[in-house]
Design a protein around this ligand. Structure first.
Ligand SMILES: Cc1ncc(COP(=O)(O)O)c(C=O)c1O
Length: 325
């Protein structure tokens, strides 16, 4: 079945690529190929175990909370402010790990402030905990200098996760983990001890794509396309006087809505054939009354085919005009 970490050519190519583009400090021996960030969270959840809850951002992708819940691994929310996750919320929590989106908080879009980046590494060093760095869209940054991977601050305390879901296609189901030494064998064991999570054809094709520079060219081309789409959307939404966040990076933006408007916007968008995610479902069910609960929708602008994008923006405008009039 080959190396349980996945084909060596892909691990070599990723070591070079992630080091060059995201500042990740790793080696081919420390990389484990998986079937996406969700799979990585699942494998790490098995390693962290059921005894203590894993800390997560109070608003974050519910899919990862659900993946952990399916393993009977509980999660506990930490709050967010304009500087990202509030790391001091970890004080006194008995947790093996904290799952963060440090480069581009999902769904609000801020980058974790440098003092918070240092603080979470301090926390991990002092408590023996791990930081899980979900770097899901780090390649797509538009308005500011790239925010490097948090993993670089201490590769022995940070498990770095990434995937081709934003750069190529989510349905490919290929991702990677750059792991601290102490987590490599436990993750391999959790994955079944063999290369069950990635097929060689996908892995070797991706390795070739990376090694020839075609992946870099693709990302550059897509970054320009996504920036254009983002600008078109911002123009289209300008007349509605709504908060728009998360614009500096990625392929999603967050539209903050008037109180109570979210279900209606989601319903009408569904009827118009536009897939939006609600902000409410991203809120941790255990988040207390001190955690804000704004109405909003997350608009993904990466997926539509080029010819379908303009009509989708027009339809979205129609939905908002009808709902908010
Ligand atoms: C916050 C976040 N992390 C990770 C991912 C990618 O997950 P996966 O690699 O499992 O497709 C996404 C994709 O939507 C995401 O929004």
């Amino acid at each position: 079945m080959g190396d349980p970490r996945g084909p060596l050519p892909l691990r070599e190519a990723l070591t070079e690529y992630l080091g060059r583009v995201r500042g990740v400090r790793t080696t081919p021996e420390s990389i484990v190929i998986c079937s996406g960030v969700r799979d990585g969270v699942d494998l790490l959840g098995r390693v962290f175990g059921r005894n203590r809850p894993v800390a997560v951002e109070a608003h974050g992708l519910y899919i990862f909370r659900d993946a952990l819940a399916a393993l009977d691994v509980a999660t506990t929310p930490i709050s967010l402010d304009e500087h990202g996750a509030v790391i001091s919320d970890l004080d006194g929590l008995d947790t093996p790990a904290v799952l963060l989106t440090p480069a581009h908080q999902s769904p609000f879009g801020m980058a974790l402030h440098p003092t918070r980046r240092a603080a979470v590494i301090d926390w991990a060093e002092c408590t023996g905990g791990y930081v899980v760095d979900d770097d899901y869209d780090g390649e797509f940054r538009y308005d500011r200098q790239p925010v490097g991977a948090l993993q670089a601050l201490n590769p022995e305390r940070v498990a770095y996760l990434g995937s081709a879901s934003k750069s190529l296609a989510q349905v490919l189901r290929v991702g990677w983990m750059a792991l601290p030494d102490a987590l490599i064998d436990p993750v391999i064991a959790a994955a079944g001890g063999a290369q069950y999570h990635v097929d060689a054809l996908t892995a070797l094709t991706l390795a070739d794509f990376l090694n020839t520079g075609a992946y870099d060219r693709h990302v550059r081309r897509m970054r320009n396309r996504y920036r254009r789409r983002r600008d078109v959307l911002v123009d289209a939404l300008a007349g509605f006087d709504l908060g728009i966040g998360g614009l500096a990076a990625g392929v999603n933006m967050l539209l903050t809505l008037p109180d109570g408007a979210e279900p209606e916007v989601l319903r009408r968008a569904g009827e118009a054939g536009i897939a939006l995610s609600g902000l409410s479902i991203m809120r941790h069910p255990l988040a207390g009354p001190d955690i804000p609960d704004p109405d909003g929708v997350i608009i993904g602008f990466g997926a539509p085919a080029e010819h379908a994008f303009g009509p989708a923006v027009d339809a979205l405008r129609g939905v908002l005009a009808e709902t908010l009039r």
